[in-house]
Design a protein. Structure first.
Length: 222
């Protein structure tokens, strides 16, 4: 299923406010830069209608917050084409209701169109601190061979249906931490989750290596 990323589908209540400090987002931003250099986040005129793709997020304290109010920093909407982000390119989601298709956010930029999916993941597992949504055609095409969980192909990105598809994966024990799953209804979309940024990043990189080496073996001339 091919669908343009970057179009916000949820009801957004957004309040412009100051940016987070550079120190607060340093680890998240460092890994976002790595993923961009690897092409897992970016903007390609030949893909997805030329719209930017990929986003990263990080839980913010208080970590004991109840579901629906687990604050997180997330890269802003349509920042995929930027090789390097500044603090002003991150939003803070302060509240959300996946079933109600609603997100409340603040910061110098509106949040990513995938905020509902990130919110659902943080709601499902309070251990999570980082969620990386990347686009990796090699991983996505090889998801079944790699043994990755795959969300319902009928659930489009950025919708309550996608959030519910993520909940369904969790309910059947298919979302280990750290872990990675493919978004069946979002072309090339994969999501890494972890307690540490490095874990989330390495889950993606290892899966990419496995996908690429597997594809190379499959295409070898004997």
């Amino acid at each position: 299923m091919s669908e343009r990323e970057g179009v916000t589908k949820f009801d957004l209540e957004y309040r412009p406010s100051a940016a987070l400090s550079r120190a607060t987002i340093a680890e998240l931003d460092g890994w976002r830069t790595i993923l961009h250099r690897l092409g897992l986040i970016g903007l390609d005129p030949a893909r997805y209608g030329g719209v930017g793709y990929g986003n990263v997020s990080m839980r913010l304290p208080p970590f004991e917050a109840p579901r629906g109010a687990r604050r997180f920093a997330i890269s802003g909407t349509q920042t995929g084409g930027r090789a390097v982000l500044e603090p002003g390119h991150y939003a803070v989601v302060t509240a959300y209701a996946p079933a109600g298709n609603r997100v409340v956010a603040e910061g110098p930029i509106a949040p990513s169109s995938e905020s509902l999916t990130h919110a659902m993941l943080y709601d499902l597992d309070p251990r999570l601190r980082f969620v990386f949504h990347a686009h990796a055609p090699e991983i996505w095409r090889s998801a079944a061979r790699l043994g990755l969980p795959i969300s319902d192909p009928a659930a489009p990105y950025g919708t309550p249906a996608m959030a519910e598809a993520v909940r369904a994966l969790h309910a059947r024990g298919a979302l280990p931490v750290p872990g990675l799953f493919a978004m069946g209804g979002h072309e090339d979309g994969v999501v890494a989750i972890a307690e540490r940024a490095e874990e989330a990043g390495l889950v993606l990189i290892r899966a990419l290596a496995r996908a690429l080496t597997g594809e190379a073996r499959a295409g070898e001339v004997v």
